[in-house]
Design a protein around this ligand. Structure first.
Ligand SMILES: Nc1nc2c(c(=O)[nH]1)N[C@H]1C(S)=C(S)[C@@H](COP(=O)(O)O)O[C@H]1N2
Ligand SMILES: [Mo]
Length: 374
């Protein structure tokens, strides 16, 4: 049976046509995104295109495990079942009638930065641009769960996407599914988002509905959400238990832990690496974020010099990145490297060398750009 035919069986929804891959590639290229995987399409945002409080939707990175399903927002329903008092089947219209919340949230792929790990790790070889910030609008997950009523004994909440296919190391066709512990599902401030940057959520970002879990690596933010199941047993799905898990080798012993919060990281967005610029005062700009706590400070080092504190810009949002700037002076002609390092209010500092792990997650290396001054 073709994989496409499995979709309705797996999701209980209608067969979803797939987005045209050629067109998706063209649209991404036109927006200046860098392709890191052609099929399914994966692409990242060059740092100079990231800056600002939010990332324009067209330039927001894309991380897909399967073809993009084109769902019919009229026929679509969100089903909430399992260990609940009142199973629900909600239309998009009904979801928009619930109290709406708009929150600026930074999403970052757990594999962002992976290409820097030595020795190399398997998986999409992301540079540093598998990250973006958007204003997401939706209903609160906690409200929908309260409406369904979680029954005693419930342990996890599984979120099912409408996309499915084959994955290396998995048997047969599987869906994209992820779970959260009940407490996280209720307390993380997660949204069931139908809006992105003031527009309806586009198909490639999860239309008609995606989960957005602030502060967590974006694998938690399931796109094309069709069902929510409250369960008693720990969920052992492929994307929960076999992937998106740190696997460290500590003193010959393997330690594992599922990825959760985004690790602290700063990026220099301007100037772009490789630029040839006139000598003189140089305005360096960037963004910084951490899933654990707001950013406390960002430090910049020019040409291997001491760390100097950058200025934090604008109003800090609870879950969106912090913009910053730094004025570099006294520069001389020739090549120069500039580095930026973030520290969060939980006391975490970006490490020189993030701990290598088999699948290459949380590669929050200190960002460095190279310039040539004349
Ligand atoms: N249904 C579904 N949801 C998904 C994924 C997916 O492949 N399918 N990828 C996850 C991962 S690993 C990331 S990093 C983000 C990417 O979101 P974006 O494509 O909107 O940037 O979506 C997450 N949600
Ligand atoms: Mo990801």
């Amino acid at each position: 049976m073709a994989i496409g035919n499995l979709v309705p069986m797996l999701t209980g929804n209608q067969v979803a046509p797939e987005a045209d891959l050629e067109r998706e590639r063209r649209v991404a290229a036109q927006a200046g995104l860098v392709v890191t995987g052609a099929d399914p399409l994966n692409c990242e945002t060059p740092p100079p295109a990231l800056g600002g409080e939010v990332t324009p939707t067209a330039r927001f990175y894309r991380r897909n495990h399967f073809p993009i399903p084109l769902l019919d927002g009229v026929a679509w329903r969100l089903r909430v079942g399992g260990l609940v008092e009142r199973p629900l089947s909600l239309s998009l219209h009904e979801l928009t009638q619930l109290p709406a919340e708009s929150t600026v949230v930074t999403l970052e792929c757990a594999g962002n930065g992976r290409a820097q790990f030595q020795p190399p790790t398997a998986g999409v070889q992301w540079g540093v641009g598998a990250v973006g910030t958007a204003e997401w609008t939706g209903a609160r997950l906690a409200d929908v769960l309260a409406r369904a009523g979680i029954r005693p004994g419930a342990r996890e909440v599984i979120f099912g996407g409408a996309d499915c296919g084959r994955a290396d190391g998995a048997e047969g066709a599987i869906r994209f599914e992820r779970s959260l512990a009940v407490d996280d599902a209720v307390q993380a401030g997660a949204l069931l988002a139908y809006g992105m940057n003031g527009e309806p959520l586009p198909a490639r970002y999860g239309y008609p509905l995606r989960l957005v879990v602030p502060g967590w690596y974006a694998v938690a933010s399931v796109k094309w959400l069709t069902d929510i199941r409250v369960v008693e047993e720990p969920f052992d799905g492929f994307f929960q238990a076999s992937h998106y898990v740190y696997e460290w080798n500590r003193g010959g012993v393997t330690a594992t832990e599922p990825v959760r919060l985004q690790q602290v990281r700063a990026l220099i967005t301007r100037p772009g690496s490789g630029q040839d610029l006139a000598c003189g005062a140089l305005n360096v700009r960037g963004v910084a974020w951490s899933g654990a706590a707001p950013i406390e400070r960002v430090d910049v080092s020019v040409a291997g010099g001491p760390w100097q504190e950058a200025r934090l810009l604008g109003v800090a949002t609870a879950h969106g990145w912090q913009q910053w700037e730094f004025l570099a002076t006294g520069l001389s002609p020739g090549p120069v490297s500039i580095r930026a390092r973030a520290t969060d209010l939980a006391g975490q500092i970006q490490p020189e060398q993030p701990e290598w792990n088999r699948l290459g997650y949380a590669a929050n290396f200190i960002h460095e750009i190279q310039l040539h001054l004349h």
